[in-house]
Write a protein of this length. Structure first.
Length: 488
């Protein structure tokens, strides 16, 4: 009897054991994945988001921008079809054929992509609700290390609620950096979050900043028919990226009629009666109809109680985290663009999952940023993974480099592809693949085999033994790997 009662007491204690309380600030990729992971592991999860599930990545950044780029790619495909023997004509009133112009209804394009963003946000919200995550709309800030205060706007004013937490995950993202001499007005001078208000393709778009965001939008709007002037403060576009890849993109930009002003810095941008006027540091002036300011982003970490809670920040305001996304405070984690890690949606997602797994005692693999595949959605795209050529040349790792032009690929010839390459990096001792670069249409899809090779430390011979489809663009990856058998 006593023995049975003991089992009953143990069962009752288990049933009434308090669930771990996890509160997440920010519903972007990092916060979303953290919430899903916490719910799966049985925690009581509350997600605080001010704008909508998905955050800026879904609502104003990644989803809408890549949707716009997809439209630009479709436009380019129509223009490139002529080289493949496809000619579009309509019969005029005189019975003679005439070539039609490709027209872009930017208002319809923007309406579609914003609808896609809203639908993606709603789908993510539905998934969270199904998983049992509590959603709170409002602005959250840390209340020490044990809770979060949320300001929610109600009809009667602003209410403040405190939510207790055993674990806090901060995933508040970042916002476009604003230049005091080029303040966006949302109509003529724009950040990348404001471009979707445009009703027509700009007559002449000036893009300030030639990093990833600037290059992507410059490429897209040129394909959509806008005159584009790209102002780059560095020697070439995409500074910090693979030099060969950046050279290909810059050559394509110029060949397509884009004006690239290298080693130029925008001193100021002002609105005029006819558009905008950009003044460069050397005194030159550039007139346009619109201007996109793409000079980086700043983390949304100011004024949310991080310093008061003892969380260490960098001088730029980014949250310092270790390889399991933990901050300087043991029960506070952070994920995404607000941290010191790579500002990629995929990285934010992995950090969110890793943070919660670690907080709840589940098995985790510390994040290896070097294994992250990244992509730049220009035309053609640039995809990278692993060690870089510059790091190899600087002696940080001993490696061999092999580059294969994409024009030699039979599928590329069939598709009319002239620009791009596949580049592999492998150790000089064992031939282990340690990195790679692909410049090609849909390079974002082609990089995955190299990402697997880097993650699982495959050798070039192991990659070469895989059977690619013939003909295919992926065949260039195995061709490069086979060539490295001799090179090594």
């Amino acid at each position: 009897m006593a023995k049975g009662g003991g089992r009953q007491n143990v069962t009752m204690a288990y049933e009434f054991e308090r669930k771990q309380q996890i509160v997440i600030l920010g519903g972007g990729p990092g916060g979303y994945e953290a919430a899903i992971a916490g719910a799966q592991l049985g925690a009581e999860v509350t997600l605080v988001e001010e704008v909508g599930v998905g955050g800026s990545a879904v609502i104003t950044d990644v989803v809408p921008s890549k949707s716009l780029i997809a439209t630009a790619e479709a436009t380019n495909s129509i223009g490139d079809a002529t080289e493949l023997g496809v000619q579009l004509y309509v019969r005029g009133a005189d019975g003679k054929p005439s070539r039609p112009e490709v027209a872009i209804n930017l208002a319809a394009v923007n309406k579609r992509l914003l609808a896609l963003a809203r639908q993606q946000s709603e789908d993510m919200r539905a998934t969270l609700v199904t998983a049992g995550v509590r959603l709170v709309q409002g602005h959250g800030r840390l209340d020490g290390t044990s809770g979060v205060i949320v300001a929610t706007s109600e009809a009667s004013g602003t209410d403040f609620d405190r939510i207790s937490a055993d674990t806090i995950v901060v995933s508040v993202g970042a916002s476009p950096r604003i230049l005091p001499t080029a303040v966006p007005d949302g109509e003529r001078i724009l950040t990348w979050t404001q471009l979707y208000n445009l009703r027509a393709v700009p007559e002449h778009l000036i893009v300030v900043g030639s990093g990833v965001t600037g290059a992507e939008f410059a490429s897209a709007y040129r394909a959509l028919g806008a005159r584009v002037t790209l102002i780059s403060s560095r020697d070439q576009v995409l500074p910090g990226e693979d030099a060969d890849a950046a050279a290909v993109i810059e050559n394509v930009f110029k060949r397509n009629g884009m004006v690239v002003l290298s080693k130029s810095r925008a001193e100021s941008v002002v609105v005029t009666s006819t558009g905008v006027l950009a003044t460069l540091s050397d005194g030159r002036k550039v007139e346009g109809s619109h201007c996109l300011i793409a000079v980086g982003s700043v983390p949304n970490t100011h004024g949310i109680g991080l310093e008061e809670a003892g969380v260490q920040l960098t001088d730029s305001g980014h949250i310092r985290v270790n390889r399991v996304a933990r901050t300087s405070m043991p029960n506070i984690y952070a994920a995404g663009d607000c941290t010191t890690e790579l500002p990629l949606a995929s990285v934010a997602s992995m950090m969110g999952r890793t943070a919660v797994f670690h907080a709840m005692g589940d098995a985790v693999n510390p994040i290896e940023i070097r294994n992250v595949a990244a992509n730049i959605f220009t035309q053609p795209e640039i995809a990278t993974v692993g060690w870089t050529q510059k790091q190899i040349e600087d002696g940080l790792v001993r490696g061999t480099i092999y580059k294969l032009p994409l024009a030699a690929n039979p599928r590329a010839k069939m598709m009319g592809i002239k620009d791009g390459f596949v580049k592999l990096f492998a150790t000089t001792t064992t031939g282990t693949v340690i990195g790679g670069v692909i410049v090609a249409p849909k390079a974002s899809e082609l990089i995955f085999p190299l990402a697997l090779a880097v993650e699982h430390r495959l050798t070039v011979d192991e990659v070469a033994r895989a059977f690619p489809v013939y003909p295919s663009l992926t065949g260039s990856i195995t061709d490069a790997a086979r060539a490295m058998h001799i090179v090594l």
